[in-house]
Design a protein around this ligand. Structure first.
Ligand code: CP
Length: 312
């Protein structure tokens, strides 16, 4: 079985079965990246283009490595040194890349919906690598893969998402994905950083960290997005850290074996204390490794691969 659509634009738009297919396909891909020679010929002759209008370390590099490990030709376009600075539209840039032979275009853009617009105009597969505060589906998938790998399941787990939910595309993709997979999802943060009517997405809303973390199996800590902040949403960084930062005392409310996730990049000492970020419950480095496996799975599935082929 493969995926229904030619693109991956968000976890809102895909089914539980498709999420399952992606997570299952990422397992043999993880085996590949743990070999001394990390190369298989699966995507030989295919072209993958990274088109990033915003900064990235993890997502862009892991897509590039994912393509290379599968033997695709991978190219990064830095929009700051491309014809975008001469005023070229997103549609024209996308078309230009496509007529050069791109099979997959991976786009990160500050405007919500930009990948959806591009996908309508291209025959190539489009993957959303983060659009504004809307969705970051590959982050949601790698978070779910990490949770499933460590806990053996997602269904029935209690998962808290802590922090700046309002500005977080990671939170939205996690909420869509985790609720579809049967987890009990809680969101917690200052009321000024909580989207109105977020409970309509099937989550429980908390404003005290200790209450939200009571008995949870997983805490996913969000980055405070200083670049997207309007002034005045919380008094000071120090005040935020004091009331909402994840530290040893607060983590004690969770299960003793609770996992700590963070999508990165971290503001150490703000949303997460360094001892927790580097502690035994942290799976932050595993998330990054799993991001390569998830992105390999997506490149494979969106270029026509199926789960039955990977299990042969
Ligand atoms: N988590 C994440 O999207 O990180 P980057 O911004 O480094 O890609």
């Amino acid at each position: 079985m493969g995926l229904k659509n030619k693109d991956l634009l968000g976890l809102k738009d895909i089914s539980k079965e498709e999420i399952q297919i992606i997570l299952d396909t990422a397992e043999p891909m993880k085996d590949v990246i743990q070999r001394p020679i990390k190369k298989v010929p699966t995507l030989r002759g295919r072209s993958v283009i990274n088109l990033f209008y915003e900064a990235s370390t993890r997502t862009r590099t892991s897509f590039e490595l994912a393509g290379k490990y599968l033997s695709a030709d991978t190219i990064n376009i830095a929009t700051s040194t491309s014809s975008v600075v001469k005023g070229e539209t997103l549609k024209d840039t996308g078309k230009t890349i496509e007529v050069m032979g791109a099979d997959v275009v991976i786009i990160r853009h500050p405007v919500a919906g930009a990948p959806h617009m591009l996908a309508k105009h291209l025959k190539a597969a489009v993957i959303n690598a983060g659009d504004g505060a809307h969705e970051h589906p590959t982050q949601g998938l790698l978070d779910m893969f990490t949770i499933r790998e460590k806990k053996g399941r997602i269904e029935g787990l209690k998962i808290a998402i802590l922090g700046d939910v309002l500005h977080s595309r990671v939170a939205r993709s996690n909420i869509w994905g985790l609720t579809k997979m049967g987890a009990e999802v809680r969101v917690v943060g200052p009321s000024t950083l909580m989207p109105p009517e977020i409970e309509k997405l099937g989550v429980q809303v908390f404003h005290r960290v200790e209450e939200a973390l009571d008995g949870v199996d997983v805490v996913n800590v969000l980055r405070i997005q200083l670049e997207r902040q309007q002034k005045g949403l919380f008094p000071t960084i120090r005040e935020y850290a004091r009331l909402f930062g994840l530290n040893k005392e607060r983590l004690q409310a969770a299960q003793a074996d609770a996992l700590v996730l963070h999508p990165g990049p971290m503001n150490r000492g703000v949303e997460i204390s360094p001892d927790i970020a580097d502690g035994l419950q942290s799976v932050i480095n595993e998330q990054v490794t799993n991001g390569v496996a998830i992105r390999m799975a997506l490149l494979y599935l969106l270029t026509g691969g199926t789960t039955s082929e990977t299990s042969d």
